[in-house]
Design a protein around this ligand. Structure first.
Ligand SMILES: Nc1ncnc2c1ncn2[C@@H]1O[C@H](COP(=O)(O)OP(=O)(O)OP(=O)(O)O)[C@@H](O)[C@H]1O
Ligand SMILES: [Mg+2]
Length: 255
C-alpha cells in the first residue's frame, strides 16, 4: 500500500470571485513507505498547497488523497503527519524545548512524555545544549533545526517539509541536508520535501516530481539512481542535476 496516494488533485482558491486562482490541476502521484520524494517547481506552482492539503490544513479540493490507505477525513489519530513549514512558525516567547513541547501538546501527547521526546529529537538535530534558549537567541539554521525537531517529536509516519533550507546560506544548508539524510536513514520515515532548488532535490531524493507553472501539474516523475550515502564531491550528482535542469526547462516550454 502506498504511504501517499494522490489522484487527480485539483485546487481552486476563491472560486467564482474576481480573485479566483486555479492553483493545482490533475495532480497525480504516489509514494511508497520510507521513500524520499522531492517536489521541484517554480514559485507559485502550488507546492505548498499540496503539502497543506496532505496535512489536512486545506480543504475543498477535487480528487482523492489517501494516506496509508486512509481518506484524509478519516485519518484522525490513526496516522501522525509532521510538517516543517516554509516560514518559521516557532513561538518566540517559548524556548526551544518548550516549542517542541507545544507541538507535542497540540498532538495530544501526555505531559509525562514531553521531556524524553524533546530530549531525543533535540539530540538528533544537535540542539541538546540549546534546549533552554529562546528563538531569537538562535541562528537561522538552528531555528530550522528546531522546526525539524518539533516535527519529528511526534514520531510521524509521514514528514512533510516545505523548502526548509531555502533561506539558509549554502554551507549551512549542505550540513542540514546531510543531517536530514542521516535522520531519514536511521528512522526510515516517508519524506515529501518541497524545493525550487534542483541541486538540493537531486542530492536528497529517490524520486523527483517536476511541476509546471500554475495551475501546477506534475509533468515528470524522475527516479534518481545515485548511490547512497551521497557526497557533494561526487561528480555524478552534478551530472544528474544537469539532466534534471534540462528536463525541467524542456517540460516548462512544452504546451
Ligand atoms: N489561501 C490562499 N488563498 C488564495 N490563493 C492562494 C492561497 N494559498 C495559495 N494561493 C495561491 O495558489 C497559488 C499556489 O500557491 P503556493 O503557495 O502553493 O505556491 P508554491 O509553489 O508553494 O510557491 P513558492 O515556491 O513561492 O512557495 C498561488 O498563485 C497563490 O497565490
Ligand atoms: Mg510555497
Amino acid at each position: 500500500m502506498a504511504a501517499i496516494a494522490v489522484e487527480r488533485l485539483g485546487k481552486v482558491f476563491n472560486r467564482g470571485s474576481p480573485r479566483e486562482v486555479s492553483a493545482l490541476r490533475e495532480v497525480t502521484f504516489s509514494m511508497a513507505s520510507g521513500e524520499f520524494v522531492c517536489i521541484l517547481g517554480p514559485s507559485g506552482c502550488g507546492k505548498s498547497t499540496i503539502l497543506n492539503i496532505l496535512a489536512g490544513l486545506e480543504s475543498g479540493f477535487e480528487g482523492q488523497v489517501l494516506l496509508e490507505g486512509l481518506a484524509l477525513r478519516s485519518v484522525g489519530s490513526a496516522l501522525r503527519v509532521g510538517y516543517v513549514f516554509q516560514e518559521s512558525r516557532l513561538l518566540p516567547w517559548l524556548t526551544v524545548e518548550q516549542n517542541v513541547h507545544f507541538g507535542l501538546e497540540c498532538q495530544g501527547f501526555h505531559r509525562r512524555e514531553w521531556p524524553a521526546r524533546s530530549a531525543a529529537v533535540l539530540e538528533m538535530v544537535g540542539l541538546a545544549d540549546f534546549a533552554h534558549h529562546y528563538v531569537h537567541q538562535l541562528s537561522g539554521g538552528m531555528q530550522q533545526r528546531t522546526s525539524i525537531a518539533r516535527a519529528l517529536s511526534i514520531d510521524p509516519q509521514i514528514l512533510l517539509m516545505d523548502e526548509p533550507f531555502s533561506s539558509l546560506d549554502e554551507f549551512t544548508a549542505r550540513d542540514l541536508r546531510q543531517q536530514l539524510l542521516g535522520i531519514w536513514t536511521r528512522t526510515g520515515k516517508t519524506i515529501l520535501f518541497v524545493t525550487h532548488n534542483s541541486f538540493e532535490a537531486t542530492f536528497l531524493a529517490d524520486r523527483l516530481l517536476l511541476m509546471t507553472r500554475r495551475p501546477g501539474r506534475i509533468v515528470e516523475d524522475l527516479r534518481i539512481d545515485l548511490p547512497r550515502p551521497r557526497s557533494y564531491d561526487d561528480p555524478r550528482v552534478f551530472d544528474v542535476n544537469g539532466k534534471v535542469v534540462k528536463t525541467f526547462f524542456k517540460s516548462m516550454n512544452e504546451p
